[in-house]
Design a protein. Sequence first.
Length: 319
Amino acid sequence: MAKLISADLTNNNLCILEYSTTDGIMLSINTHSFDANIEAHTYTDIGRIIFGTPVTKIGDKAFRDCSSLTRVTIPDSVTTIGRWAFWDCSSLTSVTIPDGVTEIGEFAFYGCSGLTSIKVADGNKIYDSRDNCNAIIETATNTLVCGCEATIIPDSVTTIEKYAFYGCSGLTSVVIPDNVTKIEESAFYGCSGLTSVVIPDSVTKIGDFAFWDCSGLTSVVIPEGVTEIGKFAFYGCSGLTSVVIPDSVTEIGASAFEGCSSLTSVYCKPITPPLAEGYSMFYDNASGRKIYVLASSIEVYKAASYWSRYKSDIEGYDF
């Protein structure tokens, strides 16, 4: 199938979708992706789809896997952007959300690794991009739902939503402000260029897959206050060499640090071994990796469920 290079949903006050393809072949359009009838579909120098009525919905998977899409102009008539609407549009560099949009579906911009500019139009009552943050924030809940490599997370944000920075390989560092309490599932999944992250004391849970395959991550500070490190949270973070688990942690998910192939030192401060979901939490770490615990807790850790798998690696440490 031809690849979409550019699209413009507004032209001469008509609802027209314009696009270009790498091979000059007309796209096969899923008519159910939009809520307006297609009156004509032509292709000369560019493709042109003419709708009979204003488009109010960019439906589920409308532009999914259009990996050559670089530009899209969403008209003011649109109120809904569906799930997976721009899934894996890896060449898309900028997007502006009009003031009439009231719903953005899950994973709408999932995998748009080329995004450098995200704006929400002034006057939108549901979403905003406050402080020119280059992100989409749900206003009522202060939840960051979509970010990019140029995002600066505002101090007012309290939650980083699932998949918010999924695949943002150009993101190199991030400062998570003090008001954030939740880093949701897969929030920074696949951010391979991320080298450091500071998690504030306000965070209580690091979600499942939160930093999966952040292979460039060499430093992470897990603060006092975090009680749960989700499954696969730091899976494949091959650049990590050491990690400190604070004494507030009560649960470590399966494979939380699996595949951290450079990890040589784990400093585990809790007196009581955190509840583990399985043996895999420290699989495939560096050869000779040590797990340091309080000297008074050595035997407790060695006998604890799933921690016993690592009893030969557990040593005492004076915290």
